[in-house]
Design a protein around this ligand. Sequence first.
Ligand code: AMP
Length: 460
Amino acid sequence: MPRFEAERSDNLRTRVGKYELGRVLGEGTFAKVKYARNVETGQSVAIKVIDKDTVFKHKLVHQIKTEISTMKLVKHPNVIQLYEVMASKSKIYFVLEYVAGGELFDKIARKGRLKEERARRYFQQLIHAVDFCHSRGIYHRDLKPENLLLDSRGNLKISDFGLSALAEQRGEDGLFHTTCGTPNYVAPEVIVHKGYDGARADVWSCGVILFVLMAGYLPFDDSNLMHLYRKIHRAELKYPPWFSLEACKLISRILNPNPRLRATIPEILKDSWFTINFATPNIKEDIDVGLNEATEVFNVSKELIAVGMDDKRPQGPAQWNAFDLISLSNKLSLSKVLGKIQGLRKQAHFTSRYPASEIITKMEETAKPLGFRVLRDNYKMRLQGSEAGRKGHLSVAAEVFEVAPSLFVVEVQKACGDTLEYQKFYQKFSKGLEDIVWKSESGADIPFHMHSIKFCISHV
Ligand code: AMP
């Protein structure tokens, strides 16, 4: 994959790859967004230019790579699409769908609050898109007005899904801290850095956005930051008299400071106020495009590797140490106790005494007849389902780890897609791998925690 250096074309416009850069559309703390045109097709795009240093400095390489991979598979009518990613020596270029309608909140700033029906329509589009991304394992974590754009037909488009980590900074405590702007849209549990559930935090921000659309002002606001935090923690808000009772009820269920009691998206989707005139967006999942994009995902990694963004990979399988083993053996014994939950586990392990290369080949041969495309990267592999299921294409990640010379643990886990579909897949997949799984003399699989405990005893 070639590097793309920004260069001047004959008519003195800067070119990046096949894109001719134009005016600046907007500027954030860490990125500049420029209008650009694909010179081959004439298509308008928006290119977000980010300094690689920013990514390195905040130790975000791994996260960015994973999220880019997933975002390239996400296609929702209300999410700005990521077409491709390019890199030069010092910059990363995200090529995005261009939308011409500007920011939704500029409209409110100019024309004031929206009528309830209009606000509901945007909110429906917002919730459906957020739900779609969550079902594919992507959380926004920074939903706010600047990230809500409009297309030329007045449809809402969320920008920065999957890229929001760039707007955050790790502090000395290793936690993420939001650096930019006001915390008005941020859930209380995010403010206190207790570790939070991305889905529930996103729902809170959607609630604040709905309030702003209907009121024309923020539900929690104060020039003193401590007072503002207190208001958010207590969810102290007054509803304007023009809000309908049903809207107030829904907003108060969403703006519940206790994330566990907060309305979830499935609950919002059933709410009587929300469902009025709700038309589920038509999501076309093109299987072929999905598969091509899946291959591209690896190209993205290669691009980034080509420009020195690779985390140095060992040639052989990664090794597990005693601590990995202890933590896994604990997990396993816990999941045994929780027998019912075990059936829905998204992660599985088995042990094998076969050489790592044979394990990988066997897994590939087993997955292909089950309708999966196999993408290999050393001792890691991605299995991409060819048919779109309930939550999109099933994608499974597998990796072989070495625990001792000639003893390997294979970890298989769902990367995205529906958990039940994954369970069905895993049953068939593990049956096909029976030959390479390490068995006891009685023929039963040796439970992994038994090896791990033995190893821990001899290694610690
Ligand atoms: P951001 O850094 O994503 O907050 O973007 C800064 C500004 O650039 C936004 O507020 C928009 O005005 C503009 N912008 C970002 N993405 C796009 C896009 N895909 N199409 C058109 N304008 C955009």
